[in-house]
Design a binder for this molecule. Structure first.
Ligand code: NAD
Ligand code: ZN
Length: 238
């Protein structure tokens, strides 16, 4: 029933914005913050993925991101990413704003993507800014131009969001008539403030409850990939 409603809202809307989080990629095999596996059980991600750990504990920081890069390399976009890319092609989705750093929306074929937290695959020097590459990072290399520390192009805790991307996301959501939030606990600020900027309808597709559930017109508490796949089938039947 709720998926029929989603399809109805999607067809009516003139400007649809997607806001995705880690739950978008769990069906690809990438654990979200809540998962009890490996690193995430041993360390608090908010401490590990931070400017503090880059500055004070570089080797642990590097090992953590090497591990995360290996996980991403073993996984691929899921059916949900594909559906969103198809919908963009068909003019049903205008923009995908994502907190994910895995580039799966891009790999699945979405074009209009706003990466709020950067990309794990864009390696650069933390000391002089010179771009490098994943291979050098995986080999524990130093920066080729200054010998400094290589790091992934993700936004760490303790860093601000890229202002240009942040402004674009606010603008897109501000002019949307449909916002679909997918797979985010809405625990991380300032992203969790974005849904309040949407003047139109709002749908939340997330397994667990969030502190903002009441702000949404429609809640879909099932797996994102499966739900999007079903919604796509409903559209093609109509
Ligand atoms: P989060 O881990 O805080 O929340 C994920 C939410 O997704 C949870 O509420 C969970 O119920 C829901 N979820 C899990 N699997 C789902 C599924 N199949 N369908 C629907 N919902 C599902 O993640 P967040 O809100 O994105 O914020 C945490 C931070 O984690 C972000 O800064 C992000 O950059 C980072 N992160 C990114 C990745 C990635 O790039 N794939 C992975 C882990 C964490
Ligand atoms: Zn350098």
């Amino acid at each position: 029933m709720s998926l029929e409603k989603l399809v109805e809202l999607l067809k009516e809307a003139k400007h649809t914005v997607i806001l995705s989080g880690a739950g978008m990629s769990t069906e690809s095999g990438i654990p979200d913050f809540r998962s009890a596996e490996g690193w995430w059980q041993k360390y608090d991600p908010t401490q590990l993925a931070s400017v503090d750990s880059l500055d004070r504990n570089y080797e642990l920081f590097r090992d953590f991101y090497k591990y995360r890069l290996e996980v991403v390399a073993k996984c691929k976009p899921n059916i949900g990413h594909e559906v969103l890319a198809d919908w963009e092609n068909q003019g049903l989705v205008n923009v995908v704003a994502t907190q994910n750093i895995d580039e799966f929306h891009k790999e699945a074929g979405s074009k209009n993507i706003l990466e709020l937290h950067g990309s794990i695959k864009k390696i650069y020097c933390a000391d002089c800014g010179t771009p490098s590459n994943v291979e050098a990072f995986m080999d524990n290399k130093s920066c080729a131009s200054c010998g400094g520390r290589l790091r992934p192009g993700v936004i760490l805790f303790g860093e601000g969001l890229p202002q240009d991307v942040w402004a674009q996301v606010q603008e897109e959501i501000g002019k949307s008539d449909l916002l679909i939030v997918i797979g985010t606990s809405l625990n991380v600020s300032p992203v969790n403030y974005l849904p309040s900027l949407a003047p139109g309808k709002k749908i939340l597709m997330n397994l667990d409850d969030t502190p903002f559930d009441r702000e949404f017109d429609l809640l879909i508490k099932s797996k994102a990939g499966e739900s999007l796949d079903q919604a796509r089938k409903l559209i093609s039947l109509a």
